[in-house]
Design a protein around this ligand. Sequence first.
Ligand SMILES: Cc1cc2nc3c(=O)[nH]c(=O)nc-3n(C[C@H](O)[C@H](O)[C@H](O)COP(=O)(O)OP(=O)(O)OC[C@H]3O[C@@H](n4cnc5c(N)ncnc54)[C@H](O)[C@@H]3O)c2cc1C
Length: 482
Amino acid sequence: MATGASQAETALVIGGGISGLLAARELARAGKRVTLVEREEPLGGAVGSHQLAGLVLDSGAESFATRTPVVTNLLGELGLEDQIVQPNPLGSWLYLPEGAFRSPSTGVLGIPGSFDDPALKQILGRRGYRRATLDKVLPRSAGSTAKTLGELVRVRMGQQVLNQLVTPVVSGVFSTHPDKLEIATIAPRLLDGLAQYGSLAAASAAQRAASPAGSQVAGIEGGMNRLSEALVDELLNLRVRLVSGFDTIAVDRDPSDGRWTAIQRQPHSGERAAVISADLLVVATDAQTAVRLLGPYLPASALPAVKPGPEVALVSLVLDAPALDANPRGTGLLVSEQATGVRAKALTHATAKWSWVADRAGEGRHVIRLSYGRAGQENSPLSDLALHDDQLVTLGLHDAGRLLGVPLSKSSLVAADVVRWRTALPSTGPGHSQGVAAFRSALEDLDGATAVGAWVAGTGLVAIVTDTAPHIQRFMQRNSNL
Ligand SMILES: Cc1cc2nc3c(=O)[nH]c(=O)nc-3n(C[C@H](O)[C@H](O)[C@H](O)COP(=O)(O)OP(=O)(O)OC[C@H]3O[C@@H](n4cnc5c(N)ncnc54)[C@H](O)[C@@H]3O)c2cc1C
């Protein structure tokens, strides 16, 4: 074990997504000499940018949830508070086997917060609607032991609510199916609400009411990628050493002094290798990489059975299509798995949703983003992800026309790009939260190393911002006398 305060001065962060950037910031602000190493060239991970037709657009995350003020506060600290923008209040749509419908007002995760919205009858059909309202009279114990969101919704409100309302949201936002989404990870308060109010609708409404009024999300003028940019600027000011283009293949701990060493390889430059050592190590990668790197130093019983998370391909289209000026489907659509004739699972009409995108695109020009990769089709020959980029663009153009109800020909296409996210979304099935808790608890007994990231904190900026700084502060405190 290392001794003496001066030896706990260096820190190495592996992974330069938003979690790694936040961890490095916390360590540097506490006076550590920090190096951050990232495999890819641009830092920011899933909060990044790409350029098409002269527009800088978000390549991954494009908004943040406003249910808590944590992201707003962070943006304030970074000088971006006055750049926060609200999406246009056009509402979104659902694309169901029966056609396109305006989304009804719901509580959370597509779960109705009441049964009063007349659109529900249309969307669920008479029988589906009647089954959903059984939620009001079922005993509160019904669904109370559910492990997944799918099971809870099916028991309380029936299959039709699951298919038509909840699955499109979960599939569009988390790229998974509600049957694979552990309640303890995604919405632990729903079960408490069910116990309290005796109805899932009331629990969903209560959770929604706990959020501030108005839109549930906000963005940044210029895109969420500016958050990564601002964090990188701050890290440079804090003299953090940023190293990108290096893949960490293994970490090693010297038992004589407790220092951690990361063995790196630069895949794009003749396989150049490098070694970086530090007193403190923070692994801010996806689950599989984190368990591979830190697993050798932990008891086997503390290693979660991590599975690869869902992959998603985003197809962005810039179109000269004045027919879209009327924003025919509001800010976009979520697509039911049962819908036929389209393969996309979600579409965002970015120029309708964000005024700053429309202003920068100019008159008659539209930005559409479609997402592909249905849950359950990972590594399957059925998956659209097996298509080449140019095939996905053709499919995207077809799907956009269908979903928006406006024919779109290839001649309207100004530019297109496909971004594939392979590791940014964790798998969060039953047992996930327990596995994460056991892993983190075992890390507490390991000197000088810890893990952050969406797979431990939860998917999305709110979960990551809420978790990372306090976790790193506790980590530094625990290791202050190394
Ligand atoms: C398409 C998409 C859209 C999303 N939209 C939203 C949204 O609108 N709002 C929202 O709140 N959230 C959204 N999310 C979720 C949110 O973006 C993620 O939860 C968050 O960005 C994950 O951050 P992270 O740092 O944990 O992981 P990542 O961003 O995945 O960063 C991990 C980094 O570690 C690096 N790495 C991995 N292994 C190694 C290694 N061996 N050596 C070196 N580096 C390594 C990776 O290259 C990567 O850059 C979205 C996610 C995706 C994929």
